[in-house]
Write a protein that binds this ligand. Structure first.
Ligand code: RP5
Length: 161
């Protein structure tokens, strides 16, 4: 059984600038994870092997980020019963609207939990993965509560410096 709970996959090395925010969020919460480049169209066999073997390896959640014709999260979700969280990476041509729509518009039957475009989506994918895992992990639940409390405390109630 793997000690890694969350698999972060992305369609290209160029997605890392966005997806590293998911990894950093999981790091801050003490969630064991791995990060891999897995392209649905450039490395289809790698995607098949990764997604179809994920549950047996002990992964519990997959975060998949992709840009443009972002079929990676949906293809991954088709090959595993694990929850798949999709992060639309901002594209040059259409600012990530293409990524968002191609990830969020899954036909009924194979869900992908779709987050916001870019960095906010990557951060929230990390938080949502942690929240899913925290339903069965009291220590992680406490770390997530503490993280949220620190965020609350960091918000000043004044606009003055
Ligand atoms: C997608 O194509 C990737 O997810 C990436 O967002 C986009 C562009 O990839 P590169 O041309 O930068 O490798 O597969």
């Amino acid at each position: 059984m793997s000690a890694i709970d969350v698999g972060i996959i992305m369609g290209s090395r160029s997605d890392w600038e966005t997806m590293r925010h998911a990894a950093e969020t999981l790091e801050a919460l003490g969630v064991a994870h791995e990060c891999k480049v897995v392209s649905a169209h450039r490395t289809p066999q790698r995607l098949y092997d990764y997604a179809s073997g994920a549950a047996a390896r002990g992964l519990k959640v997959i975060i998949a980020g992709a840009g443009g014709a972002a079929h990676l999260p949906g293809m991954a979700a088709a090959m595993t019963r694990l929850p798949v969280l999709g992060v639309p990476v901002e594209s040059k041509a259409l600012k990530g609207m293409d990524s968002l729509l191609s990830i969020v518009q899954m036909p009924g039957g194979i869900p992908v939990g779709t987050l916001a475009i870019g960095k906010p989506g990557a951060i929230n994918a990390g938080l949502l993965a942690a929240a899913i895992l925290a339903t069965g992990d009291d220590a992680l639940a406490q770390r997530l509560d503490d993280w949220r409390a620190r965020q609350t405390q960091s918000v000043a109630d004044t606009v003055e410096d």
